[in-house]
Design a protein around this ligand. Structure first.
Ligand code: FO1
Length: 330
C-alpha cells in the first residue's frame, strides 16, 4: 500500500509544477499530494482541457516540453496543421500526443467518472507516484474583467497574450464547487506534516482554489505549517503576468504584498535572496534561498528550503510531528 502523503502542495501550471517536481524528488514515493488549480480549464473544440493538471502531470512524469514548461516533449502537430487547413480555431495549440489526454478526459467525464478519479488514473499510467488532486470535480472558470471586456482565462492568457489590463477577477462555479473527498483524506491524515503553496500566480492560480467554499478552513484545520514560496524575485515574476496584474490591481509587486495577500493562510514564506531585506521587515517567519528553478538541483533546493521552514515552524509551535522529534525535514 502507498504511504499517506506527508506534504500537500498547492499548484498552478508551469512554476508550481517545477516546485512539485522538486518536492517529489526529495520525498519518498507517495509522500506528496498536489492540489491543482482548475480555474484555467475550458471546453475547446468540444474537449475538456485542464492545462494546469496536465502541466503538473507531464512535469512529474518527466515528459513535459522542457522549454515551454507545458505540453509534451517530442510532440508533433499534425492535428493542428489539419485544423488550420480546415479553417478551425488555431490559437490554442494542441499537440497530437497531448490531444489524447483531452479526448480521454472528455470521454470519461461524459461516462460519469469524476475528474479526481480519472486524473489519478492518468498519473498511475504515467508512473507518477504523487497524488494529483483537482481543486474540485465540478467546473470552475476563472473570468477576468479587463479593458477588453470579460474574458475567459485561456482567451486572456493565450489568445490575447495577457495584454488586456485586468480590473478584477471572478471564479464562476466556485460557490457550488466542493473540495474532493480525497483532499479531506489527505488533510485529516496523521502523516501530513506541511502544506506548501507553490510560487504560482496568487491571483490566477491559488485564489481559485481558495474560492472553493471550505477550502481555506480545511487547509487550516489540518494544523500543519502552511508555507508559501514567493512567486516574485526582486519585484518581477519569473514567468507570466503576476507583477503586471498586481500593478493593474493597484498593488506593489513586492514581497509585502504577497505576504498580505496570503495573510491568515500562511505561517511562513520562502523568498529569493534578492528579497531578503524586504522579508526581514515583514514580521513573518521566512527563509531565503535562490528561488529561480532552472534545473532539478534548483527544484530540490527550493523544495528543501520550504520543507525546512515548515519543520522549523512545527518545532516552534510544538505541533507534535515526526520531524520535530527526529530533527529531520518532513
Ligand atoms: N500556452 C500558450 O501560451 N499557448 C498555447 O497554445 C497553449 C496550449 C496549451 C495546450 C494544453 C495545455 O495543457 C496547456 C497549454 N498552454 C498554452 C499553457 C496554458 O495556457 C497555461 O500554462 C496555463 O493555463 C497557465 O497556468
Amino acid at each position: 500500500m502507498k504511504p499517506a502523503p506527508s506534504v500537500l502542495a498547492l499548484s498552478g501550471g508551469v512554476g508550481g509544477a517545477k516546485l512539485a517536481l522538486g518536492l517529489q524528488r526529495v520525498l519518498p514515493p507517495g509522500g506528496l499530494a498536489v492540489l491543482v488549480n482548475t480555474g484555467d480549464d475550458f471546453t475547446h473544440l468540444g474537449l475538456r482541457i485542464c492545462p494546469d493538471l496536465d502541466t503538473v502531470l507531464y512535469t512529474l512524469a518527466g515528459v513535459v516540453h522542457p522549454k515551454q514548461g507545458w505540453g509534451r516533449d517530442a510532440e508533433t502537430f499534425g492535428f493542428m496543421d489539419e485544423l488550420r487547413r480546415q479553417g478551425g480555431p488555431d490559437w490554442f495549440l494542441l499537440g497530437d500526443r497531448d490531444l489524447v489526454l483531452h479526448i480521454e478526459r472528455t470521454r470519461r467525464l461524459a461516462a460519469g467518472e469524476r475528474l479526481t478519479q480519472l486524473t489519478a488514473d492518468f498519473a498511475r499510467r504515467f508512473g507518477v507516484p504523487t497524488l494529483l488532486l483537482p481543486m474540485a470535480d465540478s467546473e470552475v472558470a476563472t473570468l477576468l474583467d479587463t479593458d477588453a471586456g470579460a474574458l475567459e482565462f485561456q482567451h486572456y492568457f493565450v489568445r490575447l497574450r495577457c495584454e488586456p489590463r485586468v480590473r478584477g477577477l471572478a471564479f464562476a462555479g466556485a460557490a457550488q464547487a466542493r473540495p474532493p473527498e480525497e483532499l479531506a483524506t489527505v488533510l485529516r491524515s496523521a502523516a501530513l506534516r506541511a502544506i506548501i503553496v507553490a510560487p504560482s500566480n496568487p491571483f490566477l492560480s491559488i485564489d481559485p482554489m481558495l474560492a472553493v467554499p471550505g477550502m481555506r478552513a480545511a487547509l487550516r484545520a489540518a494544523r500543519v505549517p502552511v508555507v508559501a514560496v514567493s512567486p516574485l524575485i526582486g519585484g518581477r515574476a519569473v514567468k507570466g503576468p503576476t507583477a503586471k496584474i498586481m500593478g493593474e490591481l493597484g498593488l506593489a509587486a513586492d514581497t509585502a504584498s504577497i505576504a498580505r495577500h496570503y495573510a491568515g493562510l500562511i505561517d511562513g514564506l520562502v523568498v529569493d535572496e534578492a528579497d531578503a531585506d524586504e522579508a526581514r521587515a515583514l514580521g513573518l517567519p521566512f527563509t531565503v534561498t535562490r528561488t529561480l528553478m532552472r534545473d532539478d538541483a534548483d527544484r530540490e533546493r527550493v523544495a528543501r528550503a520550504a520543507l525546512h521552514l515548515a519543520a522549523r515552524l512545527a518545532d516552534a509551535t510544538s505541533v507534535p510531528t515526526a520531524a520535530a522529534s527526529t530533527g529531520r525535514s518532513p
